[in-house]
Write a protein that binds this ligand. Structure first.
Ligand code: SF4
Length: 231
Protein backbone atom coordinates (compact mmCIF):
# COMPACT_ATOMS: atom_id res chain seq x y z
CA UNK A 1 0.00 0.00 0.00
CA UNK A 2 1.33 3.43 -0.90
CA UNK A 3 1.51 5.70 2.10
CA UNK A 4 -0.07 9.06 1.39
CA UNK A 5 1.69 11.95 3.07
CA UNK A 6 -0.12 15.28 2.88
CA UNK A 7 1.89 18.40 2.24
CA UNK A 8 1.90 20.27 5.55
CA UNK A 9 2.89 23.83 6.06
CA UNK A 10 2.56 26.59 8.60
CA UNK A 11 3.45 30.23 8.49
CA UNK A 12 5.07 32.24 11.33
CA UNK A 13 1.99 34.46 11.39
CA UNK A 14 -0.27 31.67 12.67
CA UNK A 15 2.00 29.82 15.06
CA UNK A 16 0.90 31.93 17.99
CA UNK A 17 -2.68 30.58 17.92
CA UNK A 18 -3.84 29.10 21.20
CA UNK A 19 -4.89 25.62 20.03
CA UNK A 20 -2.68 22.88 18.56
CA UNK A 21 -5.72 21.24 17.04
CA UNK A 22 -6.30 24.42 15.06
CA UNK A 23 -2.65 24.32 13.95
CA UNK A 24 -3.17 20.77 12.63
CA UNK A 25 -6.15 21.96 10.58
CA UNK A 26 -4.25 24.98 9.27
CA UNK A 27 -1.14 22.90 8.47
CA UNK A 28 -3.31 20.75 6.22
CA UNK A 29 -4.63 23.79 4.41
CA UNK A 30 -8.13 23.53 5.91
CA UNK A 31 -9.90 26.84 6.01
CA UNK A 32 -13.30 28.22 6.87
CA UNK A 33 -15.23 30.87 4.93
CA UNK A 34 -14.21 34.36 6.00
CA UNK A 35 -17.06 36.83 6.56
CA UNK A 36 -17.19 39.43 3.79
CA UNK A 37 -16.67 42.33 6.19
CA UNK A 38 -13.61 40.68 7.72
CA UNK A 39 -12.22 39.89 4.26
CA UNK A 40 -12.56 43.58 3.35
CA UNK A 41 -10.58 44.53 6.46
CA UNK A 42 -7.83 42.08 5.40
CA UNK A 43 -7.87 43.49 1.85
CA UNK A 44 -7.48 47.06 3.09
CA UNK A 45 -4.61 46.01 5.37
CA UNK A 46 -2.80 44.33 2.47
CA UNK A 47 -3.18 47.40 0.22
CA UNK A 48 -2.07 49.76 2.97
CA UNK A 49 1.16 47.83 3.53
CA UNK A 50 2.71 49.40 0.42
CA UNK A 51 1.37 52.83 1.44
CA UNK A 52 3.18 52.53 4.79
CA UNK A 53 6.41 51.48 3.05
CA UNK A 54 6.09 54.54 0.74
CA UNK A 55 5.77 56.83 3.79
CA UNK A 56 8.90 55.27 5.32
CA UNK A 57 10.89 55.77 2.11
CA UNK A 58 9.75 59.42 2.01
CA UNK A 59 10.94 59.66 5.63
CA UNK A 60 14.41 58.53 4.55
CA UNK A 61 14.37 54.75 5.04
CA UNK A 62 16.37 52.58 2.66
CA UNK A 63 14.32 49.41 2.23
CA UNK A 64 14.19 46.11 0.40
CA UNK A 65 10.53 45.73 -0.43
CA UNK A 66 9.90 43.05 -3.03
CA UNK A 67 6.81 43.01 -5.22
CA UNK A 68 3.83 42.39 -2.97
CA UNK A 69 2.21 39.91 -5.38
CA UNK A 70 4.87 37.22 -4.87
CA UNK A 71 3.68 34.11 -3.06
CA UNK A 72 6.45 33.08 -0.75
CA UNK A 73 10.03 34.02 0.18
CA UNK A 74 11.14 30.83 1.88
CA UNK A 75 10.16 27.30 2.72
CA UNK A 76 12.21 25.53 5.40
CA UNK A 77 11.72 21.88 6.22
CA UNK A 78 10.82 21.24 9.85
CA UNK A 79 10.23 17.54 10.58
CA UNK A 80 7.51 16.27 8.22
CA UNK A 81 6.42 19.71 7.06
CA UNK A 82 7.51 23.19 6.14
CA UNK A 83 7.73 26.60 7.69
CA UNK A 84 6.63 28.86 4.87
CA UNK A 85 6.81 32.63 4.91
CA UNK A 86 6.68 35.92 3.11
CA UNK A 87 8.35 38.85 4.80
CA UNK A 88 7.04 42.43 4.70
CA UNK A 89 10.29 44.33 4.18
CA UNK A 90 13.89 44.80 5.33
CA UNK A 91 15.39 48.13 6.35
CA UNK A 92 18.91 48.38 4.96
CA UNK A 93 21.24 49.59 7.69
CA UNK A 94 24.56 51.42 7.12
CA UNK A 95 26.59 48.23 7.04
CA UNK A 96 24.31 46.64 4.39
CA UNK A 97 22.66 44.49 7.03
CA UNK A 98 18.90 44.07 6.63
CA UNK A 99 16.64 44.52 9.66
CA UNK A 100 13.25 42.80 9.45
CA UNK A 101 10.07 44.88 9.86
CA UNK A 102 6.51 43.69 9.84
CA UNK A 103 3.68 46.08 8.95
CA UNK A 104 0.49 45.88 11.01
CA UNK A 105 -2.56 47.93 10.05
CA UNK A 106 -4.79 48.00 13.12
CA UNK A 107 -7.71 49.84 14.69
CA UNK A 108 -7.11 52.68 17.14
CA UNK A 109 -7.64 50.50 20.20
CA UNK A 110 -4.95 48.01 19.15
CA UNK A 111 -2.69 50.83 17.94
CA UNK A 112 -2.68 52.31 21.46
CA UNK A 113 -2.27 48.91 23.12
CA UNK A 114 0.67 48.01 20.90
CA UNK A 115 2.24 51.42 21.47
CA UNK A 116 2.15 50.65 25.20
CA UNK A 117 3.50 47.11 24.60
CA UNK A 118 0.28 45.75 26.07
CA UNK A 119 -1.80 42.63 25.52
CA UNK A 120 -1.96 39.22 23.88
CA UNK A 121 -1.82 40.65 20.36
CA UNK A 122 1.76 41.76 20.97
CA UNK A 123 2.73 38.27 22.20
CA UNK A 124 1.35 36.86 18.95
CA UNK A 125 3.43 39.35 16.95
CA UNK A 126 6.56 38.62 19.02
CA UNK A 127 6.39 34.93 18.13
CA UNK A 128 5.91 35.84 14.49
CA UNK A 129 8.74 38.40 14.31
CA UNK A 130 11.31 36.30 16.16
CA UNK A 131 10.49 33.26 14.05
CA UNK A 132 10.95 35.29 10.86
CA UNK A 133 14.36 36.53 12.05
CA UNK A 134 15.33 32.93 12.88
CA UNK A 135 14.14 31.71 9.45
CA UNK A 136 15.99 34.48 7.59
CA UNK A 137 19.22 33.41 9.32
CA UNK A 138 18.84 29.96 7.72
CA UNK A 139 18.68 31.46 4.21
CA UNK A 140 21.17 33.07 1.86
CA UNK A 141 19.81 36.59 2.33
CA UNK A 142 22.22 38.02 -0.23
CA UNK A 143 20.65 35.80 -2.88
CA UNK A 144 17.09 36.43 -1.70
CA UNK A 145 17.50 40.22 -1.86
CA UNK A 146 19.65 40.04 -5.02
CA UNK A 147 22.55 41.80 -3.33
CA UNK A 148 20.50 44.54 -1.63
CA UNK A 149 21.74 43.35 1.75
CA UNK A 150 24.50 40.94 2.74
CA UNK A 151 23.30 39.70 6.12
CA UNK A 152 20.32 39.79 8.41
CA UNK A 153 20.30 41.76 11.66
CA UNK A 154 20.37 39.15 14.44
CA UNK A 155 20.02 41.65 17.24
CA UNK A 156 16.85 43.58 16.51
CA UNK A 157 13.68 43.56 14.44
CA UNK A 158 10.62 45.79 14.39
CA UNK A 159 6.93 46.38 13.86
CA UNK A 160 5.57 49.33 11.91
CA UNK A 161 2.09 49.79 13.30
CA UNK A 162 -0.39 51.93 11.40
CA UNK A 163 -3.70 53.20 12.77
CA UNK A 164 -6.44 53.06 10.14
CA UNK A 165 -8.33 55.90 11.85
CA UNK A 166 -5.41 58.26 12.47
CA UNK A 167 -3.38 57.42 9.34
CA UNK A 168 -0.27 57.56 11.52
CA UNK A 169 2.49 55.04 12.00
CA UNK A 170 4.70 54.11 14.96
CA UNK A 171 7.89 52.07 14.84
CA UNK A 172 8.34 49.56 17.66
CA UNK A 173 11.67 47.75 17.96
CA UNK A 174 12.48 44.57 19.85
CA UNK A 175 15.59 42.57 20.76
CA UNK A 176 15.72 39.26 18.89
CA UNK A 177 14.71 36.63 21.47
CA UNK A 178 15.95 33.16 20.57
CA UNK A 179 14.28 31.69 23.65
CA UNK A 180 10.91 31.96 21.86
CA UNK A 181 12.04 29.82 18.90
CA UNK A 182 12.61 26.29 20.24
CA UNK A 183 9.06 25.97 21.55
CA UNK A 184 7.68 26.89 18.14
CA UNK A 185 9.94 24.43 16.32
CA UNK A 186 8.86 21.68 18.75
CA UNK A 187 5.19 22.58 18.20
CA UNK A 188 5.62 22.42 14.42
CA UNK A 189 7.33 19.01 14.58
CA UNK A 190 4.51 17.71 16.78
CA UNK A 191 1.75 19.14 14.57
CA UNK A 192 3.33 17.88 11.32
CA UNK A 193 3.38 14.32 12.70
CA UNK A 194 -0.34 14.09 13.41
CA UNK A 195 -2.26 11.65 11.23
CA UNK A 196 -5.28 11.20 13.43
CA UNK A 197 -6.48 14.40 15.00
CA UNK A 198 -8.49 12.60 17.66
CA UNK A 199 -5.50 10.77 19.00
CA UNK A 200 -3.81 14.12 19.31
CA UNK A 201 -6.29 15.94 21.51
CA UNK A 202 -9.18 14.55 23.44
CA UNK A 203 -12.62 15.64 22.35
CA UNK A 204 -13.19 17.26 25.72
CA UNK A 205 -10.68 19.90 24.67
CA UNK A 206 -13.49 21.34 22.56
CA UNK A 207 -15.55 22.08 25.60
CA UNK A 208 -13.22 24.91 26.42
CA UNK A 209 -14.58 28.43 26.15
CA UNK A 210 -12.21 29.33 23.30
CA UNK A 211 -14.04 26.82 21.07
CA UNK A 212 -17.24 28.88 21.25
CA UNK A 213 -15.65 31.59 19.11
CA UNK A 214 -13.47 29.40 16.95
CA UNK A 215 -14.17 29.52 13.18
CA UNK A 216 -12.97 25.91 12.95
CA UNK A 217 -15.59 24.53 15.28
CA UNK A 218 -17.65 22.84 12.57
CA UNK A 219 -14.61 21.28 10.89
CA UNK A 220 -13.15 20.30 14.21
CA UNK A 221 -16.28 18.27 14.93
CA UNK A 222 -15.62 16.09 11.89
CA UNK A 223 -13.76 13.75 14.15
CA UNK A 224 -12.46 11.50 11.42
CA UNK A 225 -11.90 14.05 8.71
CA UNK A 226 -8.34 12.92 8.02
CA UNK A 227 -9.40 9.34 7.36
CA UNK A 228 -12.49 10.47 5.39
CA UNK A 229 -10.26 12.34 2.94
CA UNK A 230 -7.87 9.44 2.59
CA UNK A 231 -5.20 11.37 4.44
S1 SF4 B 1 -13.00 24.21 17.99
FE1 SF4 B 1 -11.70 24.31 19.85
S2 SF4 B 1 -10.37 22.47 19.75
FE2 SF4 B 1 -11.25 22.81 17.68
S3 SF4 B 1 -9.76 24.05 16.59
FE3 SF4 B 1 -11.19 25.48 17.51
S4 SF4 B 1 -10.32 26.05 19.50
FE4 SF4 B 1 -9.27 24.20 18.79
Amino acid sequence: MIEFKPYRKLSPSILGVDCKRKLVLLSLGRSTPVAEKLQRIFDVGTKLESVVVDWLVKDGWDVWYPASDRNVDFELQIGNGYLRGKIDFLKIMNDDVGRLYDVKVVNLNNFEKLEQHDGGLLFHYLIQGNLYVWALQQLDINQLTKGKCIAIDKKKWGLVVMSREKCEYKVLEFEYDESLIQNQLDTMEEVFQVNDIDSFLEIDEREQSKCKWCPFESICLETEFLRKEGK
